[in-house]
Ligand binder design. Structure first.
Ligand SMILES: Nc1ncnc2c1ncn2[C@@H]1O[C@H](COP(=O)(O)OP(=O)(O)O)[C@@H](O)[C@H]1O
Ligand SMILES: [Mg+2]
Length: 363
């Protein structure tokens, strides 16, 4: 995977910007609030068709403008691609891939792949399940259009079911509720099946990574904790229907993939409760690098790796590990000062101020 050129127009705080990238290391340097993460967010958008920060499409448009445009030229498995995404305040989004209009977002995915490691991922182990679900979803959605579409459908129906439950005020009609459950059961079956396979593969790879980082001392394992323990649509439908009383009382949907989690264990114990801060950081690093390894297994090449202010969060040993591990792929990283990236000698440096890039220096 190689991003060649990113063009942004009216994207967040960026008026207009064209960035030509280096094959390996690209570094965005600047004070807080200048637009560094905005650039990574725009790049990652081409992988997932969503903001990794959870922003809505219209929030990506520069405040005083009514549209935003992002264009990415990249190489994927030896082929040239030109992707365009235009978001209009009033008319939604338009996507083009190599000049062909793509009506559905999932038709844009599977060509540009990226892994992002941002400060919020440092809480992957100790925070609640939503960060873990989000990492799984962003990763799976990139290579699996069916997963992308199932997740989208599931979320839409779930929202409708929840508004129905809220409006029913404890008197929800059982048959009406089961209609929503039937609609949820098909996408839920895709989601549960794929998450199970994904976590199993990721577990094998991150076990190897963590053994390597810890000098053989720590065995990291992951296991899927599905909210409902069945995989076929019919069984899922039954399982959801059996929650009628609880859901009616709670006024919200209480079971399904939106309540899934993933257990993270180090040497057989829950990392959340037993691991030190340092071990947790290493484990997150293992997880992120093994996410890259999994893309390599599936796609035959490494994804672009985006590191948002991450090197300054890691100690010297883990910094060196990262720098060694990423020699053979394209990376994009942001930092506030050059001291925090002194280990990285090469690369193109972009100095970002007020949404503009200047003083581009070759390493
Ligand atoms: N839609 C928008 N329009 C204009 N400015 C925005 C928009 N969204 C965010 N910003 C601005 O972008 C800046 C944050 O950029 P960011 O990339 O997160 O900074 P950093 O360089 O610290 O990573 C802030 O100044 C914020 O006010
Ligand atoms: Mg930032």
């Amino acid at each position: 995977m190689e991003a060649l050129r990113l063009y942004l127009k009216n994207y967040r705080n960026i008026d207009e910007m064209t960035l030509d990238f280096e094959k390996n290391v690209n570094i965005f340097i600047g004070k807080n609030g200048q637009g560094k993460t905005n650039i990574l967010e725009a790049l990652y958008y081409f992988a997932c068709q969503k903001s990794f920060r959870g922003a809505k499409n219209r929030e990506l448009i520069k405040w005083d403008k009514d549209f935003s445009e992002a264009t990415l030229d990249f190489l994927s498995r030896g082929r040239d691609f030109h992707a365009v995404t235009r978001i209009k305040k009033t008319a939604g989004r338009e996507n083009f891939l190599n000049g062909v209009k793509k009506r559905r977002a999932h038709e844009m995915i599977g060509v540009f792949n990226a892994v992002i490691f941002a400060p919020e991922h440092l809480g992957l182990i100790k925070d609640g399940p939503s960060v873990r679900r989000s990492v799984i979803d962003f990763s799976l959605s990139q290579t699996d259009g069916e997963y992308f579409a199932a997740l989208d459908k599931y979320k839409k129906v779930l929202e409708q079911k929840n508004s129905f439950l809220r409006a029913s005020d404890g008197r929800a009609d059982r048959d009406m509720l089961s209609v929503w459950n039937e609609q949820l059961s098909v996408p839920a079956s895709v989601i549960i099946g794929r998450r199970g396979e994904f976590i199993e593969s990721l577990s094998k790879l991150s076990e190897a990574r963590q053994l390597d980082i810890s000098g053989g001392a720590e065995r990291l394992t992951l296991s899927y904790v599905p909210s409902i323990d069945v995989t076929q649509p019919g069984d899922i439908y039954e399982a959801l229907n059996s929650k009628y009383d609880a859901e009616n009382r709670a006024g919200v949907s209480v079971a399904g993939p939106h309540r899934d989690d993933m257990d993270i264990l180090i040497n057989g114990r829950a990392a959340k409760t037993f691991a030190s801060q340092g071990q947790q950081r290493s484990a997150v690093l293992s997880l992120k690098l093994s996410e890259c390894d999994l893309f390599y297994e599936k796609q035959g090449e490494y994804p672009a790796l985006l590191l948002d202010d991450i090197l300054s969060e890691l100690d010297r040993v883990r910094q060196s590990y990262i720098v060694e591990a990423i020699r053979d792929r394209q990376i994009f990283l942001t930092c506030c000062d050059e001291e925090s990236i002194e280990k990285i000698k090469n690369g193109r440096r972009f100095y970002i101020t007020g949404g503009a890039a200047a003083d581009i220096k070759e390493g």
